[in-house]
Design a protein around this ligand. Structure first.
Ligand code: GCO
Length: 443
């Protein structure tokens, strides 16, 4: 199995960055060495996680990090995207936890030694619980606490980092966590979602101020996810519904950053559902960024609905991943091209793309042809976007290894590497070998 790209593709150049991604809560374990976070609390509530699991051990990366970095090196990648657990590096009083800082410094030093660029995400959803107890992202003060944490991190990490992303997917934190309630902290209500979103975006802007001042030589930006919205028919009503869903779920997070304003539908929201926006907020949020990270998995199809404006319709007879998500590579090129038309964008990195599949570990071989096919078609979609003029500098596969897939627990496997959770044995899947081969073939 060989991943292939057109002969003249810029993605075949050594200048194009290939990497793999993880997130702290999903792999680390080692919870006794950090503050409790909202995902610890959420997992402890009955009915929240499909297999009733939690992040106590996960991939035990806290203890196995050295062998994991060797594995990353063996995969041949140019870059590794990891996230920092806020509650591992900071104490409740806002002082530094030196052991936690050292844990990440060792990892970053190893990466540097191996010439692997460190793409550090400062917030991948694991808010310390004591901040949630004070209102979490509904409290404006959390944005300032984030700014303080970022300042400490940047000073401690010095020149070990190649790129900082402030937040990963504020859509998920705000909408899934504070509006639908299917992610931590599990709040449900339209009166919460957009308020949380605004404070997350403010946190991004405040962190950008720090990064610009204290870390001007790293590539600083944010990671957003997009699930492009398609209308189920050509009827005006369905097209309008899809547009509304797109504004509410996707554009909401990018427009304030690039254009300094929310989508116009903000005026249609009930007063109680609107965020409180202070005078300078949008100026802070919309400071220039050095790059934008884009995560893509699938698309969504909408039809008009009299009560809820839009209704998502699940397509029949299409190929699905183990998450039940449609395999739709065209949505990837479509969304990249359309964002590039709509906004004045900085260079783009694809910071996540991948698929959960029903993997079988057959005596040490995981022949995940379906995931290989997913990568093949989605790499081609990225190439299509580049050919259409989108400035894409790199591609990170999600994920390095199977891990804690949030509300799905350990039931869904996204890794290029298979994890046996009984023994913590790692096995590179065939898709992982193919990815590594593709990267090696450029050099
Ligand atoms: C994401 C998350 C990952 C998920 C992945 C699959 O950013 O959504 O970064 O943590 O595991 O997206 O759902």
């Amino acid at each position: 199995m060989k991943l292939t790209l057109p002969i003249n593709s810029p993605m075949r150049s050594p200048q194009f960055t290939y990497g793999i991604a993880t997130a702290s809560f999903q792999i680390e374990g080692g919870i006794e060495h950090r503050l409790p976070c909202i995902w610890d609390t959420f997992c402890s509530q009955p009915g929240t996680i499909a297999d009733n699991s939690n992040g106590a051990v996960a991939c035990d990366h806290y203890n196995l990090w050295q062998q994991d970095i060797e594995m990353i090196k063996d995969l041949n990648v140019d870059a590794y995207r990891l996230s920092i657990a806020w509650g591992r590096v900071m104490n409740e009083d806002g002082s530094i936890n030196h052991n936690g800082i050292e844990f990440y410094q060792q990892i970053l030093d190893k990466l540097k030694q191996y010439n692997i660029k460190a793409f550090v995400t400062l917030y991948h959803w694991d808010l310390p619980q004591h901040l949630e107890d004070n209102g979490g992202w509904l409290n404006r003060a959390t944005a300032y606490a984030f700014q303080h944490y970022v300042e400490q991190i940047v000073k401690a990490f010095g020149d070990r980092v190649y790129s900082y992303a402030t937040l990963n997917e504020p859509f998920c934190s705000a909408y899934l966590g504070y509006e639908l309630g299917i992610h931590a902290p599990g709040l449900k209500g339209k009166e919460y979602g957009k308020k949380a979103a605004h404070h997350l975006l403010l946190a991004h802007g405040l962190a950008m101020q720090v990064l610009k001042k204290l870390s001007p030589n790293t590539l600083n930006g944010i990671v957003l996810n997009f699930t492009p919205a398609y209308a189920i028919s050509d009827n005006d009503a369905d097209i309008k519904a899809a547009k509304y869903a797109d504004d509410y779920l996707n554009q909401w997070y990018i427009k304030p950053i690039i254009d300094g304003q929310y989508p116009a539908i903000i005026s249609q929201l009930d007063a109680e559902h609107q965020p409180e926006i202070l005078d300078d907020d949008l100026a802070i949020i919309s400071q220039p960024i050095d790059f934008m990270g884009i995560n893509y998995y699938t698309r969504a199809i909408y039809q008009a609905d009299e009560d809820t404006i839009y209704q998502e319709i699940k397509p029949c007879d299409v190929e699905l991943t183990d998450m039940g998500w449609e395999v739709f590579p065209q949505g990837f090129s479509d969304v990249l091209i359309s964002l590039n038309k709509t906004y004045d964008l900085p260079p783009i990195y694809i910071t996540e793309n991948g698929a959960a599949m029903k993997d079988q570990n057959d005596k040490g071989e995981v022949n995940d042809v379906d995931r290989f096919n997913y990568f093949q078609s989605h790499l081609l979609a990225v190439n299509t976007a580049i050919e259409a003029g989108v400035d894409i500098k790199g591609y990170f596969a999600w994920s390095l290894m199977d891990n804690f897939e949030w509300a799905e627990g350990y039931l869904k496997r996204f890794g290029l590497v298979y994890v046996d959770y009984q023994t913590q044995k790692r096995t590179i899947k065939n898709s992982g070998h193919a990815f590594s081969q593709l990267i090696g073939s450029r050099k």
